[in-house]
Structures are given as structure tokens and as C-alpha cells.
Design a binder for this molecule. Sequence first.
Ligand SMILES: Nc1ncnc2c1ncn2[C@@H]1O[C@H](COP(=O)(O)OP(=O)(O)OP(=O)(O)O)[C@@H](O)[C@H]1O
Ligand SMILES: [Mg+2]
Length: 379
Amino acid sequence: MTTLRESFGDCRIIVTCGPGGIGKTTSAAALATAIATNEPLRVLVLTVDPARRLADALGVPGIGNEPLDVELAGAGTLSVAMLDPQASWDALIRRQAADEETAERILQNVLYQNITRRFVQSHDYIAMERLHELVGRGQWDLIVVDTPPTRNALDFLDAPTRMADFFSSRFLKWIIAPARSSVTSLAAKPLTYMADKILGNQFLTDITEFFLLLSSLYDGFVERAREVESLLAEESTKFLIVSTPEPIPTREATFFNQELQKRSLRIGGWLVNRMLPAELNLTATATGVAVLAREEMAQVASLIGVDVATMVAARDRMVAITEEYTIVADRERAQLAALAAGDTPVFGAFTAEGEIDTLQGVTSFGQRLLSAERVLKFD
Ligand SMILES: Nc1ncnc2c1ncn2[C@@H]1O[C@H](COP(=O)(O)OP(=O)(O)OP(=O)(O)O)[C@@H](O)[C@H]1O
Ligand SMILES: [Mg+2]
């Protein structure tokens, strides 16, 4: 039997991904915490979620762009950082620009500020870029990366390629060409003036300047985008697809699973999260309630001050609910078995009681994930 931990072997990067709101951030934090507790590894969890809840659970004042140490009594160490797209972009520009003046001009450019603040695509790229930078620091044995709830979860995977393509594109060369030539630039002056009049002060000037400045970063960007790409493809990078047993998240995750395979990226497992708790022995409970004798019913009824008919109705309702619950639980198990028929190792995780909002809660959820056993095809 393979456990989820075994399935991820000695990989150095674990990327949790999948549809929105199904537990990517929780699983990333829980896995990182439990691994750092059990093993003598320096673990970093890089989250995209500014959730205050997570910071509180991990006992850090707030999660920021720079990694913070989490106080943990374990064999290893745990650090946590949050992806702040704007701060990461600014840091990247400062690192890559030829000199300080160029960096400042880019940072002050209105278009740059809009793109890096508002465009989700720019966040996808910077998430991967940031990962590359943190790996480069060599301070961690394992980095668990949480990913944004992108509508198209593939965007962040393709972001490095798209960035490299953009920098090599004819579009970029075309747009900055007039600015490079003083003759065209003069000829284009009235046009620029008009555009500024219509689109607002400085608009076109800003665009041209932005792309011109950006082109000075060309080599560095293309090279880094390629490096990020190969980092994702490395043998020590594995993906954990997270979904719930519901049809829509399952469909999205299935698609994502196929796309990862198409790209020959490694999938360590598919976690079906938030399944109905297994502890409830449903049939026994239902039967127990159903066989309550009428006399017992009468006793209980008088004890709590209701009539027997109300008690019987309540009992029937409970039995019906329990039966429905059993049907759903059975369906979830069947779903799990069906997914397990594919090549990707499938693991299940039950809904935890209450919120997972303390270090102990996060750790114990993580421990359960690590020891989850691969669902066999014929379970
Ligand atoms: N197995 C579980 N049992 C109970 N609660 C869970 C479980 N997994 C996740 N949750 C809860 O579900 C909520 C959503 O989880 P989380 O924020 O990790 O999802 P996400 O996939 O990162 O969402 P988003 O796509 O918005 O980033 C949280 O309140 C979390 O505590
Ligand atoms: Mg999240």
C-alpha cells in the first residue's frame, strides 16, 4: 500500500493545484507542517492566500512576501511566505533592470503598475518566478506551493512560456520600433498627441515607454522564463491535484490531470478532499434509531415533553436523512474507486470537524493526509 507521503517520495517541490475553494491552501499548509514535524527537513510553504486564519493558525503575525519562521516542535523547520504579486514584481524589476534609474522608471510607469496589480495572468507568472527565486536561495529542502484559484488552472503553468513568447514576439518589436527611431518618433508625434487627448494624459507615451523599458529586460526574462519552465518539469517537482467529490470540481480536476499528463509533468497524487466523515457507522446508526421500540419512544417522549406521534415523525425523518447520507457516502466511495482506475494515484481526505484553524488542527490534518493510503482500483 502506498501512502500519500510515499507517493511524493523525496521531491523538492510540491505544487497543490485544482479548482477554487476546495482546500488547496489548507492542504499545502497542512502537508508542509506535518512533514516539517516528522522529518528533519527545512520546509517552506509558499501560499497565495492572504488568509488571516492561516497566519493565526501558524502563529505568525501575518504572512508576507518574505519567508517567516513558524515555531514548531518537530524534527525539521517550517517557514511560510505569501505571494504578494506587486512586491514580487517590483523586486524582480529591481533585480533585472540594467541600472537603478531604469528600474525606477519602470516602477513609476502607470501601465506597469496596472498590469502587475490587476492582471491575473501577471500574477500567474510571478508565482512561478517567485518559486524560482526561492529555490535559488537554497535555504529549503522542500517547498510546498499553493496556487491561485485560476479559472483556467493551466494559466500559471503556461505563464513562463507565454512570457518568453511575448518577449520574443513581433508585437513587442513593432510597438517599440517608432520610439527607437527619432524620425518615426517625430512623425508619430501628432498621433501620440491625439491619442493622449482622447485616451487621457500620457497614455500612449506611457505605453511606448513601458514597452521600450521592458525590452531592455529581454534577455534576462526569456532566460528566467525558460528556467522556471524546466524547474516545473524536473523529476523532483510533483503536483498534488486537489478536488472534492462533487461533479463540477471533479470534472475540472480531471481536465487538469489530463493537461498535466500532456505536458509530461509529474503528478504525485490526486486528493479528493472533504469527503463525508467515515467515522459514522451509518447503517448501524440508522438501524439503531429505527428499531427503537414504541414503549421506549413513549418513555423518551414523556421525558422531553412531546407526544409519541412527534417522536415517531422525528425518528422517521432521522432515518430518512441517514439513508440519504449513506447514499451520498456510497456514491463518494464509488467516485473515488472510479478515479483510481486511472494512472494517477488517488487519495481521499474526510471533512475535518470544525475549522482547521490552529497549529494542532493544521498538523493533525496534515498527518492524516500524509498517511492516507492510495485508493486501489478495485476498492
Ligand atoms: N478536509 C477538510 N475538512 C474541513 N474543512 C476543510 C477541509 N479542507 C478544507 N477545508 C476548509 O475549506 C475552506 C476552503 O479551503 P482553502 O482555503 O484551503 O481552499 P482553496 O482551494 O485554497 O481556495 P481558493 O481556491 O479560494 O484559494 C477553508 O475554510 C478550510 O478550512
Ligand atoms: Mg487558496
